[in-house]
Design a protein around this ligand. Structure first.
Ligand SMILES: [Zn+2]
Length: 478
């Protein structure tokens, strides 16, 4: 909200009006002489620029600014000092007629300090400013929502948006294949390199549009500003803008695309890929082979999953089986439902984390009965798991001929978990050693079931064994 400060300069500067920004304050440092000189220069430049306006433009100007006449607003602060730059017309757009004062918003000011401009530079600046007020005045005639709708529709109808929407599946397939390991096995390597180079050029305009603006305008809040005779629509969330020409009802992208070329290029990139795929029949045959294997293994899914888990439990010492090796790689891969074809969309549906999987299409085990192979693997894995299972007579610690067995380790840990006595590390060593000290007696620890368990060991080895293999969760701090 703003007021037109009572303007003593008015008779001297008939093309200007002083516009107060912020609260009224005392004290002004600017001398009247400086201020008058600055206002005179502005007034001279504004007079000729405003005189060039048509009657319609003048009327719109008055509607926009809410001023009684066609005047250029010159911002002053609460102490009547001039701001160094002029007001942008956005300060008035879709605002009520000014009353009181206008609050300060840095977005409402031009960047160019007018006092530093030469006479001709100032004239050009004022003409630019005037032209933007005229644009804003025309836009002001319709509500903000109207223009947002116009822009949304114009973006929707923009030839490049339409092309992108129509070719969305191609663009996405090309992006996927450009990252795919399959590219490395297609023929010829120099053709693949050339294709990737073309992809960078062809997809550039699609990648320039932020994700939320593909394949129609994003839904974030927008900022509408005057940009010459255009309306600029900015999304701060997406860091993107478009320009809209209200006279021509035409929308411009930040970088316009040559449409006939773009249409041709997206078709070419698809055709070139298909040609490479057709020249690599071996890979297509291998992929189809993998699809057959996948279908064959599908009947044994549960069993395969169980066997793979058994292998995982056994870790690096697990016995390996070719059929399970193939199954494991296939589980991490994605193949389309329908038979793979030497064609962009079909191959974009393939995802092989390990390209070595292709060689499994010719694996030796394929001639054999899968069910029998899996049974053999199951038997072997069960045996391996049994052999690896912990036993009471496993040696869990040994030093210089002294051996601690798993059964004793478990007895000690079970005691520590259940005892209510405050057993420390050193007390435990003494207990296992079996020599009753006063402290052990005080807590009746010489009656504990593990007392003297390692009575024939040298004490220093008991110390090491406890440190190495006993879970100390049940022990007290020293
Ligand atoms: Zn956005």
């Amino acid at each position: 909200m703003m007021s037109l400060t009572a303007n003593e300069e008015a008779p001297l500067h008939p093309s200007l009006t002083l516009l107060q920004i912020g609260h009224k304050q005392e004290a002004a440092n600017q001398t009247n002489k400086e201020k008058r000189a600055a206002l005179s220069r502005l007034d001279t430049a504004a007079e000729s620029a405003l005189a060039a306006l048509s009657p319609d433009e003048q009327e719109a100007w008055i509607q926009l600014t809410g001023l009684p006449d066609v005047l250029l607003p010159v911002p002053v602060d609460g102490a009547d000092e001039l701001f160094p730059t002029l007001m942008r017309p956005e300060a008035f757009l879709w605002e009520e007629a000014p009353q009181g004062y206008l609050s300060y918003d840095p977005l409402h000011f031009y960047a160019k300090p007018y006092a530093q401009l030469s006479k001709s530079q100032l004239q050009r600046h004022i003409e630019d400013v005037t032209a933007q007020y005229v644009s804003a005045a025309r836009i002001h005639a319709e509500p903000r929502e109207h223009w947002l709708q116009q822009i949304r529709r114009a973006f929707d109808d923009h030839p490049f948006t339409r092309l992108a929407r129509e070719k969305q599946h191609v663009v996405q397939a090309v992006e996927t294949l450009n990252r795919s390991s399959l590219l490395s096995v297609l023929k010829e390597p120099e053709d693949v390199a050339y294709w990737r180079h073309r992809v960078e050029i062809v997809l550039r305009p699609y990648r320039m549009i932020p994700p939320d603006w593909r394949w129609d305008m994003c839904r974030h809040d927008k900022q509408l500003t005057i940009d010459g005779r255009m309306l600029r629509c900015t999304c701060a969330d997406c860091g993107f803008y478009v320009q809209y020409d209200p006279d021509e009802d035409h929308l411009f992208l930040p970088e316009e695309v040559l449409m006939p070329r773009a249409v041709k290029r997206i078709a070419t990139i698809e055709r070139q890929f298909n040609e490479m795929a057709v020249r690599t029949p071996k890979v297509i045959r291998q992929l189809q082979g993998l699809q057959q294997i996948e279908r064959r293994l599908a009947q044994e899914t549960d069993r395969i999953r169980r066997l793979l888990q058994m292998q995982d439990d056994l870790g690096e010492h697990a016995p390996s089986f070719p059929v399970l090796h193939t199954a494991r790689l296939l589980e991490a891969a994605v193949l389309p439902e329908t038979d793979v074809e030497p064609e962009l969309h079909s191959l974009a549906a393939v995802d092989l984390p390990d390209i070595a999987l292709l060689r499994h299409a010719d694996a030796d085990w394929l001639d054999e009965d899968v069910s029998r192979l899996l049974s053999d693997a199951e038997t072997a894995l069960k045996a391996a798991l049994d052999a690896a299972a912990p036993r009471p007579d496993d040696v869990v610690f040994q030093r210089a001929g002294w051996e601690l067995l798993r059964a004793d380790q478990e007895r000690i840990e079970a005691y520590l978990l259940t005892t209510e006595q405050p057993v420390t590390f050193h007390m435990l060593v003494r207990m296992l050693y079996g020599r009753p000290t006063n402290k052990l007696r005080r807590f009746h620890l010489h009656e504990a079931p593990i007392f003297g368990l390692l009575a024939d060991w040298p004490e220093k080895h008991i110390h090491r064994a406890v440190k190495a293999v006993i879970d100390v969760h049940g022990l007290q701090e020293e």
